[in-house]
Design a protein around this ligand. Structure first.
Ligand code: FE
Ligand code: FE
Ligand code: ZN
Length: 274
């Protein structure tokens, strides 16, 4: 069975996101840990997170995915910006322990002219500060589109970050289909080749989640504009190949397509039909 869900709003509460996921036909979901533009997160209501854990258990949920605010930049040239990323991620990871054994995804960041190598070094530094031996959460680096000076659009860059992180058993990768396609990896016509190269460079055992998004732009355009499943340059056949691929089919998948809830339900049904 496909483990699939979509991005939901945390402002409805944790248990309600679980209920929503079920209503949409899914068995997992993604949410922003706080307003994507940053700011303070709502206090955790323990009753609510406990209710979600029970719901997840009773409904065969796969792991759920928390997404850090996309405005964080752990490899900024500005020390205060890096400090803000550190504080936010540390706080998020503390809060994640109320829903233990799940996953936390973040964008590696933009090196803003300092060069990729410096970016990689700074990202690993932040990870080594926020990750703890006793945490239950797996931290995921998201594959990026390579817009501007984004780090993480090449598998080699993600590998270089992983190499520098001390607590490697709690570190993984979330592959975003729109982003890798934008980054020049042809998952449409050469999925096998892309996965082979992922395996050779990073190792497929690091791959813990998929973001399923079609792309509004052709291969290698570095634009990061998500499209509805089957309506973009990646196309429906490719998504069929992805969700049924032996190396991928057990991974939790998360839709971040431009949709209202109804559209998500349709895409979830479509992908499950494969
Ligand atoms: Fe993301
Ligand atoms: Fe994504
Ligand atoms: Zn994106």
């Amino acid at each position: 069975m496909l483990n699939i869900g979509c991005h939901l709003s945390v402002s409805n509460g944790f248990e309600n996101m679980g209920k929503q996921a079920i209503e949409l036909g899914g068995n997992t979901f993604q949410f922003f840990t706080r307003n994507p533009r940053g700011g303070k997160a709502k206090d955790i209501d323990r009753k609510d997170t406990d209710a979600l854990l029970i719901l997840m258990k009773n409904n065969n949920f796969s792991k759920i995915l928390a997404h850090a605010p996309y405005t964080l930049n752990p490899c900024s040239a500005n020390e205060r910006t890096r400090q803000f990323a550190f504080e936010t991620m540390a706080d998020d990871l503390k809060r994640m322990e109320y829903i233990p054994n799940n996953m936390y995804n973040f964008h590696p960041g933009s090196h803003v002219g300092q060069g990729v190598d410096k970016g990689i070094e700074l990202i690993a530094e932040v990870l080594n500060e926020v990750m703890r031996e006793d945490m239950t959460t797996t931290v995921l680096l998201e594959t990026m589109a390579g817009k501007g000076s984004e780090v993480g659009s090449k598998f080699e860059e993600l590998k270089a970050i992983i190499e520098r992180v001390e607590i490697k058993d709690k570190l993984g990768v979330c592959l975003d289909t729109c982003h890798v396609f934008d980054g020049g990896y042809d998952i449409k016509d050469n999925l096998e080749g892309v996965l082979e190269s992922f395996d050779k460079i990073i190792g497929l055992s690091r791959l813990k989640a998929l973001h399923l998004n079609d792309s509004k732009n052709p291969l290698g355009s570095h634009k990061d504009r998500h499209e509805k499943i089957g309506k973009g340059y990646i196309g429906l056949d490719a998504f069929k190949n992805i969700v049924t691929h032996p190396a991928l089919k057990a991974l939790p998948c998360f839709l971040e397509t431009p949709n209202e809830l109804e559209g998500y339900a349709e895409e979830i049904a479509l992908l499950k039909s494969f």
